[in-house]
Ligand binder design. Structure first.
Ligand SMILES: [Zn+2]
Length: 198
């Protein structure tokens, strides 16, 4: 079984791509499987390539893998501009959500044309974010105990509030996404049941 994890990087997708195998990948100090946690670094276990569509770069990037000899799990280390199971970059998905929930329609239209998004992509992201709101609020509360979260309200209004809170309370959306994943072992856009990927 392969576990994915997200590590924080300030590198852009293009810089990451250009560095290739020379990129300073995350090096875990111990096994990352919760039932194992062997306190020796997992072994490097090659790479796989995956698609990324982002501002300024579209193509295949290398993802570093590690292997734990005790429990047999492999770990894939995704740079923080990626979200597991999405080929569009975190930045694009985040801006998409902001545009949709804050009605920035001319900008959304230009963006959609730029990255080739169709209506079903937009709908998919919007629905996924709405479906995950309760979960997102729960994890935000664990990350920032003093955070002021919206109470139950109209779902669109609540989504806007949560987007604003994340934008103001975290230095970057990549910081938010990385910390969210470390806390919950899921991305904030992870499937809560169905497995369609866009
Ligand atoms: Zn292990």
């Amino acid at each position: 079984m392969t576990l994915q994890l997200i590590f924080y990087t300030q590198s852009t997708p293009l810089e990451y791509y250009r560095a290739g195998k020379r990129f300073p990948f995350l090096k875990p100090h111990s096994c990352l499987h919760p039932d194992c946690r062997l306190p020796i670094p997992p072994r490097p276990y090659g790479y796989y390539s995956r698609n990324i569509i982002s501002f300024g770069f579209t193509g295949r990037i290398l993802i570093r893998r590690y292997y734990c000899p005790r429990c047999g799990h492999t770990f894939s280390c995704l740079p923080s501009f990626c979200l597991p199971y999405y080929q569009y970059s975190l930045a694009l998905i985040w801006i998409n959500l902001l545009c949709q929930f804050f009605n920035l329609l001319p900008f959304l239209k230009a963006l959609a044309a730029y990255v080739n998004w169709h209506r079903q992509h937009l709908q998919f992201y919007r629905k996924r974010f709405k479906n995950n709101l309760v979960f997102i609020k729960l994890v935000l509360r664990q990350l920032v105990p003093e955070i002021k979260l919206p109470e139950e309200m109209a779902i669109r209004k609540e989504a806007k509030k949560v987007l604003s809170i994340v934008t103001t309370d975290f230095p970057t959306v990549q910081t938010f996404s990385t910390r969210f994943f470390a806390q919950s072992n899921k991305s904030f856009m992870a499937s809560r049941g169905n497995s369609i990927t866009l």
